[in-house]
Design a protein. Structure first.
Length: 553
């Protein structure tokens, strides 16, 4: 009865969590912002949501042509064009592949996916370690108490408990140490591996904390938004007082877009006094062009070409040449720009040709520069954390060494696999075949004992094994891999539990890491994670039930 009830309740809970609505923040769309390719593509993406598949595909392909670096467009195309037949499904997969490829070129998608992956790894590992430790300690605590009663020296291992108050990594390490004290044979290797991985994963927790902090940083959002083409004076207050290159460049670019050319020129010149950059020269030339000073603008573009011949410099020079009616030179410069980056020039002209034929092409910061800026913001105020990592590493290595030294300790307490009695060599003086206690061994090999006592012991053994089997069976339906871990099948149990936790957290965290990816939430990724959860759960159930039925656990 319990088994039949647990499974549907489990999936209902998961469904409620996943289906809970997610609020995604959006920038207000105004008339000026519609000149931006990203905003135009988002408008088309939003319009496609309630359209039929053919109309939606047409709108989304237009959006992809305007702004091909938006992964949400391709994911929506995948969703709208997916078909139940093999041919249609395979055909729609190309959109899925293009969406994943576009994530590399989109800051917020790349930022969010990286955050999801790091958070999933960190949380999965700590939950896995704590769950294994607590699961083992639920039965092995009696073994630790028995050893302490037999020899007070064994109680010294409990000295690791105060260490756990220093933080989550120390708590996890202490519990793992105690949980694997009485684990014998190759199963103890799991303890070594978990404690070693704990050393490697613990810095990721601190990194994740900084990562989330940087994602919520107004300065980062302002810098990224400006370099993606959004322009609002509300961004200025977040970066105006910052002195780093990214902030100064982004602030000047925003002023330039807002036609505050005098202040933008002043900032660009200040940047050039410290660092010669072709992009700064191009944007400085655009400021002069905005003021009508085409001579100085042309000089700036020529300076940019000397440092780094970017296609925008040739394109802007072609506009100046045509403005001066030198169409031959203008066509030659334009052809050079197209030759260097055909797609960029074509997209730029498609967006701006109907708005302003004399619109100059500006330069923005690259994605790697913005990611480094995010890392820099996250690292603010984190100095001196290295010694904490070294201290924890030393503590974890000491615990691993103690576990290794005790791997063949003759005084380890153990539990009889037949009746569940706890004993050790100090109280029993001899280890019998199969790790049985002396009473079980005597009842198995000798018929001289009292028949009533022998039958009572056999019934007691039977009740213990049936009770243990019932507990393992219930755990099989509740948590994948839990029964295997309790049954000393650590490798299989850890693999099932890790996979289930990983995909569960992946589904949940896809709903959390949605920094500035309006108007699309990656629901299909959540659905895929839930599907993998179900597959893991089913495989674990089949594998464990088979072994329980054969009495291998």
């Amino acid at each position: 009865m319990i088994r039949k009830a647990v499974t549907p309740v489990f999936f209902i809970i998961i469904f409620i969590i996943i289906a809970f609505p997610c609020v995604v923040r959006a920038d207000l769309i105004n008339k000026d912002s519609l000149k931006n390719p990203q905003i135009l593509s988002n408008v088309l993406l939003k319009q496609s949501e309630d359209k039929d598949p053919l109309t939606a595909e047409r709108l989304l392909l237009t959006a992809a042509k305007i702004y091909p670096d938006n992964p949400a467009i391709y994911f929506m195309l995948f969703k709208k064009t997916i078909a139940p037949n093999p041919t249609g499904f395979v055909s729609s997969l190309r959109y899925l592949y293009r969406g994943l490829a576009a994530c590399r070129n989109n800051f917020w998608w790349r930022f969010n996916l990286r955050g999801v992956l790091i958070a999933t790894i960190v949380i999965t590992f700590f939950l896995l370690s704590l769950f294994i430790a607590l699961l083992r300690l639920s039965g092995d605590t009696q073994l630790i108490i028995h050893e302490a009663e037999e020899d007070l020296k064994n109680a010294s291992f409990l000295a690791v408990i105060p260490i756990s108050f220093f933080g989550l990594p120390y708590l996890t390490a202490s519990l793992l140490f105690l949980a694997f004290l009485n684990v014998r044979g190759s199963s103890r290797l799991t303890g070594y591996v978990l404690l070693t991985l704990l050393i490697l994963v613990s810095p990721l927790g601190r990194y994740l904390d900084r990562y989330i902090g940087s994602g919520a940083s107004p300065a980062l959002k302002a810098a990224v938004s400006i370099n993606e083409g959004l322009n609002s004076p509300s961004f200025w207050g977040q970066i105006k007082e910052r002195t780093d290159f990214v902030s100064r460049f982004s602030y000047a670019l925003s002023l330039q877009k807002n036609e505050s050319y005098d202040e933008a020129i002043k900032i660009y010149k200040g940047i050039l006094s410290k660092k010669k950059d072709a992009r700064v020269y191009i944007n400085l030339g655009n400021c002069y062009a905005g003021q009508g000073d085409l001579d100085n603008a042309g000089k700036m573009y020529q300076e940019a070409i000397k440092i780094n011949p970017l296609p925008s410099a040739y394109y802007n020079l072609s506009i100046i040449a045509r403005e001066r009616l030198d169409f031959i030179k203008g066509d030659k410069l334009f052809a050079q720009a197209v030759k260097m980056d055909f797609q960029r020039i074509t997209r730029f002209r498609e967006v701006w040709s109907s708005i302003n034929s004399m619109h100059f092409m500006s330069e923005r910061l690259s994605l790697p520069e913005l990611l480094r800026f995010a890392r820099k913001i996250g690292n603010t105020g984190e100095g001196g954390a290295l010694w904490k990592f070294y201290l924890f590493s030393i503590v974890a290595l000491i615990l691993i060494a103690i576990l290794y030294i005790r791997r063949k300790s003759p005084g380890d307490a153990m539990r009889c696999p037949k009746c569940g009695k706890i004993f050790c060599l100090r109280c029993q003086k001899r280890l019998f075949w199969g790790g049985m206690c002396s009473e079980c061994f005597r009842n198995m090999v000798s018929f001289e004992t009292n028949p009533a006592e022998r039958i009572e012991h056999i019934l007691q053994t039977y009740r213990y094994r049936e009770q243990r089997k019932a507990v393992l069976s219930v755990l099989t339906y509740i948590v994948p891999g839990a029964s295997l871990i309790l049954g000393n099948r650590f490798l299989a149990g850890t693999l099932f539990l890790t996979s289930f936790l990983f995909f569960t957290l992946l589904a949940l965290l896809f709903r959390v890491f949605t920094f500035n990816i309006y108007p699309y939430s990656p629901g299909w990724l959540t659905l895929l994670s839930v599907l993998m959860m179900a597959v893991t759960y089913t495989l674990s159930l089949i594998y464990t039930r088979k072994r329980l039925k054969k009495g291998w656990l």
